[in-house]
Design a protein around this ligand. Sequence first.
Ligand code: CTP
Length: 210
Amino acid sequence: MIDKPVVIGVAGGSGSGKTSVTRAICQRFSDKSILVIEQDYYYKNQDHLPYEERLETNYDHPLAFDNDLLLRHIHDLLNQKPINKPVYDYALHTRSNQVIKVEPKEVIILEGILILEDQRLLDLMDIKVFVDTDADVRIIRRLMRDIKERGRSIDSVIDQYINVVRPMHLQFVEPTKRYADIIIPEGGENHVAIDLMAAKIQTIINKLTF
Ligand code: CTP
């Protein structure tokens, strides 16, 4: 029997399909069962920095994230307390003034490029997943997404990828694959992997005692 929410970490490089894997898993359960916490929402607050300086931040380095706050929030959720989840503004490169009040649920999915990088987070996870997608596919997805959804230019996306995203991926993201229990090639289109994950989660939910 399990008496606390189950924590699942979903890591993988930028554009690997973490969001689609997480969404595909969530679609198999009711909204009441699964809570998703995006590590991106826990980028450090940069309100104190001028906009130009925020552009210089390395957003692919472990130190860019406020993991202390994330950890406090996970502990609260595990203790059945609601949290005020921060909201991140990609256009302003800082936290927005809003927060979202979030209630604890049976399953908590933590999703982010470096979610398997911090030992304190690993210690709280029951299942660790790494979404493994080839770099050419990841850069194409990122290019399309950043232009459409994050207001970036082609040049800025390519420049950031070559100078920051790629080296940080090789140094910090890729090595965390070794901590994964499950490696999912090709993200959300891997229906076999999603079915296996969903079956495992259902087995765990059936054992919950709260
Ligand atoms: N990032 C950025 N500017 C910011 C903050 C973050 O460009 N102000 C970028 C970082 O460079 C990092 C990426 O956001 O590489 C993290 O988001 P990503 O993993 O690409 O998006 P998800 O939708 O979470 O993941 P996936 O594409 O795998 O679904």
